[in-house]
Design a protein around this ligand. Structure first.
Ligand SMILES: NC(=O)C1=CN([C@@H]2O[C@H](COP(=O)(O)OP(=O)(O)OC[C@H]3O[C@@H](n4cnc5c(N)ncnc54)[C@H](OP(=O)(O)O)[C@@H]3O)[C@@H](O)[C@H]2O)C=CC1
Ligand SMILES: CC(=O)C(=O)O
Ligand SMILES: [Mg+2]
Length: 590
């Protein structure tokens, strides 16, 4: 096989080093990335895919875009109607079709069907129409898709590892058709967005996140592996649902849970090596912090909800200083929600301020306050607090409600990370507006139903003075004759570029300084024209460029810290990041 492949491989100067880990995790054996778009390649499966099987292979299928020559060479005559069309026309037709669906879930299903039918066309649509399609393949629609996953389930996506596979996880990994995996997104489904425990149906999240890794960060689809670990669910509704796709039992906990996770982490490293990035996604906080701490020293792990969210929010707040004046150290922060997102963001803000001011972390933390379901986190509660809340238990009398906390603390920045919708009431926003000329208000919780307030509420109740962004997108709002464009504070800005930076530098560990580097790069991409509209994030339409800058900054930090293994260090990391990115343009087949 190898000698045949060599003969078929075109002779040319590679744009990317053929052994580069980004361009394929290992050698680009099929010449997929090395050939230019004009050059012909061979569509390989195990053998050359041709005829009927070529049309049904989503990696190589081009539908009506197969040329006359390709139709002759690949036994496609008669299997397609006579017309040949371009990828652009296919894209136009599909966008027209998708726009006919009024129900977002139907659009989601149309996109998933496209991904299964024609992978390059799926990514072309997603990249070219990112602002329109992100709310479909990602939050908020992906939340509804997970809730209804059993009913809409057609073909399995990703890898399901359940308690039944205990002792056999390495074998299960070997069932996956790809060997050169660079990024895994894994969930156990216990905290899917702000929708709670969705068990095995959480699979929609790793699938969606990895689609963004490819579309937004340029990681090749074949190098991405979505995984759901099924240890049961405590969601009674799902357990009784005849269409539920997961194990019908209560969640395994304690030793049974940690043994399965240990086997999984060991098997991943054994099968894919130590440079595969494992992104933990939507685990409940009682497992998330522990998994990150436990595997952070032995594996390349990243928790998107704790670390990615922290990095994206920090970037927005750094950018916001241009609108409000001053520095982060001048601000007072109040969070509603003291879990993964809340405490993760709080810790990264404190780290950034301590780097800027050279002040001790303990002192800086005192300007950051958090409210959980029991009220303001204060020192008298310290004994009963989970470990990740303890650093935030400051001296203060007990305060029971968010409104009272806003009145007592007088924050300049209010951040919602509670997973509970409509908790930023009129009184809360008015209280923020009464003590700030430009209150910064972030409603991070997803999906839209869980957002702490809507854009309309944030602008309306603050007389248009709020600087507002939300986890799930809101349409522009008219207020007092002015149009306000809300930003989207979502970790989707960070993780694709962050992952690309790790992969392209061959990083072996994640370091907090890399999160700061990612924030800095994202904040640096907010342009004057964005600030003029009151935005603290750049538009998603520029996300590939943004991701290249984030990747370059993260990779630079990996090299500086001695955590990069891909040597020598490329001279121009932004250009290198761009050259590593997957392009969905069709290839020509010989
Ligand atoms: N925009 C983005 O990029 C991201 C958004 N998120 C969103 O943030 C939300 C929270 O995620 P995460 O931090 O992981 O979840 P966690 O479960 O870890 O934390 C939730 C926190 O909210 C608190 N809480 C729950 N209900 C209330 C209430 N009624 N009043 C006050 N506090 C309350 C909980 O309190 P207690 O500890 O007392 O139970 C807990 O501290 C989710 O909706 C998620 O979708 C998450 C990551 C990224
Ligand atoms: C965006 C995200 O990661 C979450 O809501 O969990
Ligand atoms: Mg998440």
């Amino acid at each position: 096989m190898e000698s045949t492949l060599k003969e078929l491989r075109p002779e040319r100067e590679p744009v990317v080093d053929p052994k580069c880990t980004v361009a394929g995790g290992v050698e680009d054996a099929y010449g997929e990335d090395q050939a230019t778009e004009e050059q012909v390649i061979t569509p390989w499966t195990v053998s050359v895919a041709s005829g009927y099987s070529l049309l049904r292979d989503p990696r190589y299928n081009k539908g009506l875009a197969f040329s006359e020559k390709e139709r002759d060479a690949h036994y496609l005559r008669g299997l397609l109607p006579p017309t040949c069309i371009t990828q652009e026309l296919q894209e136009k037709k599909l966008m027209n079709n998708i726009r006919q669906y009024q129900v977002p879930l139907q659009r989601y299903m149309a996109m998933m069907e496209l991904e299964e039918r024609n992978e390059r066309l799926f990514y072309k649509l997603l990249i070219d129409n990112v602002e329109e399609l992100l709310p479909i393949v990602y939050t908020p629609t992906v939340g509804e898709a997970c809730q209804k996953y059993g009913s809409i389930f057609r073909r399995p996506q990703g890898l399901f590892i359940s308690l039944k596979e205990k002792g056999k996880i390495l074998e299960v990994l070997k069932n996956w058709p790809e060997r050169s995996i660079q990024v895994i997104v894994v969930t156990d489904g216990e905290r899917i967005l702000g929708l709670g425990d969705l068990g095995c149906q959480g699979m929609g999240i790793p699938v969606g996140k990895l689609a963004l890794y490819t579309a937004l960060g340029g990681i090749r689809p074949s190098a991405c592996l979505p995984i759901t670990i099924d240890v049961g669910t405590n969601n009674e509704k799902l357990l009784k649902d005849e269409f539920y796709i997961g194990l019908r039992q209560k969640r395994a906990t304690g030793q049974e849970y940690s043994e399965l996770l240990q086997e999984f982490m060991t098997a991943v490293k054994q099968n894919y090596g130590e440079k595969v990035l494992i992104q933990f996604e939507d685990f409940a906080n009682h497992n998330a912090f522990e998994l990150l701490a436990k595997y952070g020293t032995s594996h390349l792990v990243f928790n998107d909800d704790i670390q990615g969210t922290a990095s994206v929010v920090l970037a927005g707040l750094v950018a916001a200083q241009k609108l409000v004046g001053g520095t982060l150290a001048d601000q007072t922060f109040l969070f509603l929600g003291a879990g993964e997102a809340g405490t993760g963001i709080a810790e990264l803000i404190a780290l950034q301020i301590s780097k800027e001011t050279k002040g001790p972390l303990e002192e800086i933390r005192k300007k950051i306050w958090l409210v959980d379901s029991k009220g303001l986190i204060v020192s008298s509660r310290k004994e009963s607090l989970q470990h990740f809340k303890k650093p935030w238990a400051h001296e203060h009398e007990p305060v029971g409600t968010l409104l009272d906390a806003v009145k007592a603390i007088k924050p300049t920045i209010l951040i919602g990370s509670s997973g509970v919708g409509r908790t930023f009431t009129k009184e809360v926003i008015e209280a923020m507006a009464s003590c700030n000329e430009k209150p910064i208000i972030l409603s991070l919780s997803n999906p839209t139903s869980q957002s702490e307030c809507t854009a309309e509420e944030a602008y309306g109740w603050s007389q248009g003075r709020a600087i507002f962004a939300s986890g799930s997108p809101f349409d522009p709002v008219e207020c007092n004759g002015k149009t306000f464009v809300p930003g989207q504070a979502n970790n989707a800005y960070i993780f694709p570029g962050f992952g690309l930076g790790l992969v392209m530098s061959g990083a072996i560990r994640v370091h907090d300084d890399m999160l700061l580097a990612a924030s800095e790069a994202l904040a640096g991409q907010v342009m004057e024209e964005n600030f003029e509209k009151g935005l603290i994030y750049p538009p998603f339409s520029n996300i590939r460029k943004i991701s290249a800058h984030i990747a370059a900054n993260v990779a630079a930090k990996a090299y500086d810290l001695g955590l990069a293994t891909r040597l020598p260090r490329p001279q121009n990391l932004v250009k290198y990041a761009e050259s590593c990115m997957y392009s969905p343009i069709y290839r020509n087949y010989r």
